[in-house]
Ligand binder design. Structure first.
Ligand code: BGC
Length: 396
């Protein structure tokens, strides 16, 4: 099969739908990667929401709805916990990062017993956004959605300004611009949905406006593009009672600072729309990510990445492609789609990252020893392939 032919592109759409459907848990959860040592048995809100968005765009209504119903149950079940967190925050009492809602859940919806870099807000925002996209696109109702939207919106309205781990489970003491972009999109969607009670809708709208103002004021580097994190760390949350979990990656602060770009920033433009594609900040961000992080169709996470030696990520090629597509640059978008497809193995499965071009080659081995080969299939890679294929009208 020739990569880049219409047939090959369409075949990977079908294969991606199959891979995602085959591994969806009977509970509705999408495991991040069914076989990878460190992810097995867990579903992330971030991964799952983008996977569901890919499936929804590909017309897989039932599968995407089942995922959203699972999320609604999992989040709805934490209503009392969120109300308690909010009550304490309202009273000015400290709330530690360890007490916040999880980043990932077991496939049955539990918190999970393995240690993880929990407390990431972006997944809750991404879920709210993806749920709204799905229900509007297909005119469906998801059981339990109204209550869960209320819980997630309340949580984000109160805590959006707290530092938390980023998309890559790093830097818990920072406020990450890509996280703010996801929260902004999620709260916007929750308000537009019209199901929040009056006072909560007003507070969520206020948070939306405050996030946009904060990013405009502090989230743009002097060169005009979005920056990885805000320069002023808001009062970091108290550490966990038994001490913080060791950092996921050995952090090389150098070159990582807030002015650096991170490819997750692409989502602030497409699909989240914190900045419209033709806004100067959006144009500068996409251009700077591409200049610093893209190489021959693949996209690194950030310059100082050492995870598995810092390879090129398929899902980030998907985000860059989506941004080109949104700006009307079809040929560029297709180039990223075809690069993603070229990384499929004989079974048509897509990995998380490929290791042929590494930013930190000497750091690869330690990850192979720790966690084994790179995750494959990574369902989020397949989900992003579906999103980009749909944007380019490539259908199965
Ligand atoms: C990545 C996360 C992702 C998770 C599951 C981690 O290595 O940093 O962004 O959500 O894997 O795919």
């Amino acid at each position: 099969m020739i990569v880049g032919s219409d047939l090959a592109r369409a075949q990977l759409v079908s294969r991606s739908i199959d891979v995602i459907s085959m591994h969806q848990s009977p509970s509705g959860a999408y495991p991040a990667s069914p076989t990878f040592s460190a992810y097995r048995g867990y579903a992330w809100l971030r991964d799952g929401a983008f996977i569901a968005e890919g499936m929804s765009r590909a017309g897989q209504v039932a599968g995407a709805s089942a995922f959203h119903a699972w999320c609604a149950e999992v989040i709805g079940a934490r209503h009392a916990r969120v109300e308690d967190l909010v009550r304490r925050a309202r009273a000015g009492l400290p709330v530690s990062a360890a007490e916040m809602l999880p980043t990932r859940f077991t496939l049955e919806g539990g918190d999970g017993a393995d240690e993880w870099w929990d407390h990431q807000l972006d997944g809750y925002g991404t879920w709210l956004w993806a749920l709204a996209e799905h229900t509007a696109r297909h005119g469906v109702r998801v059981p339990g959605a109204d209550e869960a939207v209320r819980v997630a919106a309340l949580y984000l309205t109160w805590f959006w300004n707290q530092p938390c781990y980023d998309w890559w489970e790093e830097h818990v003491d920072q406020r990450h611009v890509s996280t703010l972009g996801a929260v902004h999109a999620g709260l916007r969607a929750a308000v537009t949905g019209g199901t929040l009670p009056g006072g909560e809708a007003a507070a969520a709208s206020e948070a939306v406006a405050e996030i946009a103002a904060l990013v405009a004021e502090q989230g743009v580097a002097p060169a005009g593009h979005l920056r990885k994190w805000l320069p002023s760390a808001q009062g970091a949350m108290p550490a966990e009672p038994d001490g913080p979990v060791a950092p996921l990656h050995d952090l090389h602060a150098e070159g990582l600072g807030g002015d650096a770009v991170d490819a997750s920033l692409l989502a602030c433009v497409a699909p989240f729309g914190l900045y419209p594609v033709d806004h100067p900040v959006a144009v500068a961000t996409v251009a700077e990510v591409e200049r610093q992080l893209a190489r021959d169709g693949g996209v690194h996470r950030f310059r100082a990445d050492t995870f598995y030696g810092g390879g090129r990520w398929l899902l980030l090629a998907g985000f860059l492609g989506l941004n080109h597509a949104a700006a009307g640059r079809r040929a560029e978008a297709l180039r990223y789609l075809d690069w993603m497809a070229a990384q499929a193995d004989e079974a048509g499965e897509l990995p998380e990252q490929v290791s042929d071009v590494l930013l930190a080659p000497r750091r690869r081995e330690e990850w192979l020893e720790r966690w084994g080969p790179v995750a494959r299939p990574l369902l989020w890679s397949h989900g992003m392939y579906l999103m980009l294929a749909d944007a380019l009208e490539v259908r199965a």
